[in-house]
Design a protein around this ligand. Structure first.
Ligand SMILES: Cc1cc2nc3c(=O)[nH]c(=O)nc-3n(C[C@H](O)[C@H](O)[C@H](O)COP(=O)(O)OP(=O)(O)OC[C@H]3O[C@@H](n4cnc5c(N)ncnc54)[C@H](O)[C@@H]3O)c2cc1C
Length: 495
């Protein structure tokens, strides 16, 4: 455990470790660990990455599918894009010699269920609308713009417009529960909530807006609302903030030609070229500080390795065990992640050539499909489209929302195909499927909380030579994780 001391001498580093003395051991070969390892290797450290699974990259992973016609296609089965609100990932990709690519500007759609106007007893019916280009968490900035009217209809737009003339309703005090759903329903009406906010917030936070507190998920929006007294004006202010794109819903994103997993392949090559080593299948079970507090012993089963510097780059649960009492107790319960399942379908389907739902669909929790989102990857990424024969499409469905532990099974092809048909508005039959793959990510996308970063900083201050990186301290998403990992192992963050 992190608080223990190793008084006995450290045996030589185990076989297959570099011959030179190891200065930095990185525990966890996800993107955070690999970025930290590369930075330290370039700085001259002798770096060893220890990764528990047989494959590096963590949730940035590619997979090659064998297709019915004997060909193959390699696709991302974890992260497939990155937010461009910071230059962190684009800079990394370019430093590694990879081409950063923009998604096709088709835009995405929302899929929801709603009742006929003014009739609470009417059955729910599905509705699919293109997402307005300028919005914050699905909240439109201008109810009368053409794309918003198209999404909401005249009555929905009119109801949203009332917000500008409504009296300001105070933000509840911090100890009073408050939900994004209640806020949007009150200010902008049910149609904005059902058609726009539920799918977008559900996609971004993997949760029902009824369970999301605006003070946690949208503090800037709440601050802007407190100034302006209008949710539409607040959304405009946030959408106009520096770093926000003006032309797509949510944060603007980019990708890497060939897929995000290429960053992982290139990082491993770059670490090795700089003299470092990356080992897979090595599960670290203890980090022990030397008795004099100078240096560490990293233990994995029967093996142990001496290190001057340790970078803990695992998910929260593992880091909590490894760091032990170096980590101050949590002041609140961190929210756990969701059980995410992905189904990738490769389809020969001419009906999809026209990209009927743009680059993909975000799904409201109330909808009649279990999928929470669909990415039409060949519509979104021109490089992937160009790599495949005509009429061939890659469609990725994602399943599993936060707080919904009921579903942990990866859906089978027929279930995924039925969902894809509904979401894309096109009948897709089994004969169209030329390849498929299910991927399971347990406890994924756990939201980072500020007290975790403070705990990690306290552990670092108490234990010289320790650096803690990864999504649980940096925030979910590659933009946050990469930028944080790079800075955390670069002076002045370390000596
Ligand atoms: C399905 C999915 C899709 C996503 N899509 C996107 C996206 O499109 N864009 C985006 O920006 N973000 C996306 N994300 C989030 C993004 O992938 C993560 O925020 C980021 O990759 C986290 O990186 P990490 O290195 O902190 O953690 P991880 O990727 O979890 O890596 C941690 C590593 O530590 C290893 N490890 C654990 N225990 C030990 C141990 N005891 N010893 C040694 N090694 C250990 C693990 O095996 C793992 O490889 C997605 C996530 C998922 C699950």
């Amino acid at each position: 455990m992190g608080g223990e001391s190793a008084d006995r001498p450290v045996p030589d580093a185990a076989a297959r470790t570099p011959a030179r003395p190891i200065v930095t051991v990185v525990v966890g070969g996800g993107i955070a660990g690999l970025v930290a390892a590369w930075v330290r290797a370039q700085a001259g450290d002798h770096v060893l990455v220890l990764e528990a699974s047989e494959q590096v990259g963590g949730t940035v992973r590619g997979a090659t599918l064998d297709l019915a016609d004997g060909s193959t296609v390699t696709v991302d089965v974890g992260a497939e894009s990155f937010a461009t609100r910071t230059p962190a990932v684009a800079d990394l990709a370019r430093d590694l010699g990879l081409a950063v690519v923009q998604p096709d500007p088709l835009g995405a759609w929302a899929y929801a269920a709603e009742r006929a106007h003014d009739d609470p007893d009417a059955p729910l019916r599905p509705v699919a609308v293109p997402l307005p280009r300028t919005a914050t968490l699905g909240i439109p900035t201008s109810p009368w713009s053409r794309d918003v009217r198209r999404a909401l209809g005249t009555w929905g737009a009119l109801r949203a417009w009332w917000d500008l003339g409504m009296p300001r309703t105070p933000v509840p005090p911090p100890d009073r529960p408050w939900s994004l759903a209640d806020w949007v329903r009150e200010r902008l009406g049910e149609t904005v909530l059902d058609r726009l906010v539920a799918p977008v917030a559900g996609g971004v936070h993997s949760a029902d807006p009824a369970t999301l507190d605006p003070r946690t998920v949208a503090p800037q929006l709440v601050a802007a609302y407190e100034k302006t007294g209008s949710l539409l004006r607040a959304a405009s202010q946030v959408a106009a903030a520096p770093g926000r794109g003006k032309d797509k819903p949510g944060s603007p994103v980019a990708g890497v030609e060939g897929g995000m997993h290429r960053i992982v392949d290139e990082l491993v090559d770059a670490i090795e070229a700089a003299g470092g080593a990356v080992r897979t299948g090595v599960r670290v079970d203890a980090l022990v500080r030397n008795g004099d507090g100078d240096g560490w012993v990293v233990r994995a089963g029967d093996e142990q390795v001496a290190a001057a510097r340790v970078v803990a780059a695992t998910p929260r649960r593992v880091a909590t065990d490894l760091l032990g009492d170096l980590l101050p107790p949590a002041t609140a319960h961190p929210r756990h992640g969701s059980d995410v399942q992905l189904v990738t379908l490769v389809l020969d389907a001419p009906a999809l050539d026209a990209a009927p739902r743009g680059t993909g669909v975000l799904v409201a929790p109330s909808a009649d499909v279990r999928a929470k989102g669909l990415t039409h990857a060949t519509a979104k990424w021109p490089w992937l489209r160009a790599a495949l024969p005509v009429h061939r499409h890659v469609v990725r469905l994602s399943y599993g929302r936060a707080g919904d532990p009921g579903h942990t099974r990866v859906p089978d092809v027929d279930e995924a195909l039925a969902d894809a048909s509904r979401l894309l508005g096109v009948t897709l039959d089994r004969a169209a499927v030329v390849g498929h793959l299910g991927t399971h990510w347990p406890d994924a996308l756990a939201p980072a909380v500020s007290f975790d970063r403070e705990r990690a900083e306290a552990a670092q201050a108490a234990a010289p030579g320790l650096t803690v990186v990864g999504g649980w301290v940096a925030g979910t998403g590659l933009a946050a994780v990469v930028g944080h990992a790079r800075a955390a192992v670069t002076p002045p963050a370390i000596a």
